[in-house]
Ligand binder design. Structure first.
Ligand code: HEC
Ligand code: HEC
Length: 331
């Protein structure tokens, strides 16, 4: 999360900002009325079944990894597994050291945090980026990628988070700096309901899963907040791991020398099943340098079909030659 967002947004929106400053009073009023552009929340209650909740549990924990951000993480263990009892309770902080234009706190999405919210309001927040009260969220809450969710998958996630153990935890409000606190209003977009992904095509299904899992956000290096064109999935984005050192994301393009080009499908899937990915292992101080923010513990729960589809999709992205040293702290 090394400033992927801010530069991009600043660039694309600065024109609008200048227009507003010049237009002054009338323009500001118009702007505040027009944005955020969101539809009223869908009034329909989700028809909840055990299968829908199970699908939501799977997506929220192992693919879209909502729980990765909305829980407390144990950075004394490999890949920062979730501290039991904090699932969905929020509080994780995302600050300026990540290149963000403010300080953000993941919300409490257990039923204690969302007791006032209708199903439609939660759906709208996940896919459209506005809170119940209509406040535009900054995409550190990654709603732009959740816009790709099929309608059923989005509903499944809502059905699941309704079943989390309620944790009464007050979360500090997120704080956005000027001018982003104004510009953020232009980012939400109404959700366009989508049909389920086509599972008969591993590449299409893999693209869907890769999108909602956010692989590209971590595996593409950015400059002043903007993903570098031509470097998609080529790795090299740097992250500070709490209580560890620096880690750089791997090159997962199909380049044979520097990427995963010579990885057979079975090896790719097995990489996610590695026992060290179980996250139960407490790390000794000297192993800490090999700790990582790659959510191995969460993705390890993906099915062979889904990991295979992600693999199939990643074979189709442009191979990029880019040698990455993943762990700089290690000898
Ligand atoms: C990369 C971290 C991250 C991930 C992944 C993530 N969120 Fe969030 N989420 C946040 C942050 C940070 C906020 C607070 C944003 C703000 O206050 O502007 C938030 C806010 C929310 C809110 C608004 C709640 C409120 O009280 O305002 C909901 C609902 C939500 N997230 C649900 C989800 C769901 C469901 C998923 C998975 C599909 C998810 N989030 C994935 C970071 C994340
Ligand atoms: C939060 C950031 C983050 C996300 C999200 C993420 N990765 Fe990673 N990934 C990393 C980092 C950092 C590394 C390097 C350190 C390591 O190996 O754990 C890495 C390593 C890897 C490796 C190991 C490569 C090797 O040479 O051993 C693979 C494979 C991989 N990621 C695939 C994926 C896929 C597929 C997704 C999406 C399903 C994904 N990653 C999502 C940060 C991320």
């Amino acid at each position: 999360m090394d400033g992927r967002y801010s530069g991009l947004l600043l660039r694309t929106l600065s024109g609008l900002f200048i227009a507003l400053t010049v237009g002054a009073g009338g323009g500001v009023a118009w702007f505040l009325l027009r944005y955020p552009r969101v539809a009223s929340p869908n009034p329909v209650l989700i028809h909840v079944t055990a299968a829908l909740i199970e699908r939501g549990r799977y997506l929220a924990n192992h693919v879209a990894v909502c729980m990765d951000c909305h829980s407390t993480r144990d950075w004394d263990a490999f890949s920062g597994p979730i501290v039991p009892g904090t699932e969905g309770a929020g509080g994780q902080r995302f600050g300026k050291e990540l290149g963000l234009p403010g300080t953000f706190y993941a919300a409490n999405i257990t039923p204690a945090g969302l007791s006032q919210w209708s199903d439609g309001e939660i759906l709208r927040a996940i896919t459209g980026g506005v809170t119940r009260r209509g406040r535009a969220m900054f995409p550190v809450m990654p709603y732009p990628r959740y816009r790709a969710l099929s309608e059923t998958d989005a509903e499944a996630i809502v059905a699941y988070i309704r079943t989390l153990t309620p944790v009464a935890r007050e979360i500090r409000p997120s704080q956005l700096d000027f001018p982003m606190n104004v510009l953020v209003r232009t980012l939400p977009e109404p959700f366009v309901p989508r049909p389920p992904p086509d599972r008969s095509s591993p590449v299409a299904y893999g693209r869907y899963l890769t999108t909602i899992a956010g692989c590209s956000a971590c595996h593409t290096r950015s400059e002043r907040g903007k993903p570098i064109q031509g470097m998609e999935y080529a790795g090299g984005a740097a992250f500070d791991v709490p209580r560890a050192g620096r880690v750089q994301s791997a090159n997962i393009t199909p380049d044979s020398d520097t990427g995963i080009g010579d990885w057979p499908r079975a090896f790719f899937v097995a990489r996610f099943r590695d026992p060290t990915s179980a996250g139960t292992r407490r790390l000794l101080p000297r192993d800490r340098r090999l700790n990582t923010i790659m959510p191995w513990t969460m993705f390890a729960g993906m099915t062979d079909e889904d990991l295979g589809a992600i693999y199939a999709y990643l074979r189709t992205v442009r191979p990029v030659r880019n040698q990455v040293a993943r762990f700089s702290g290690a000898s």
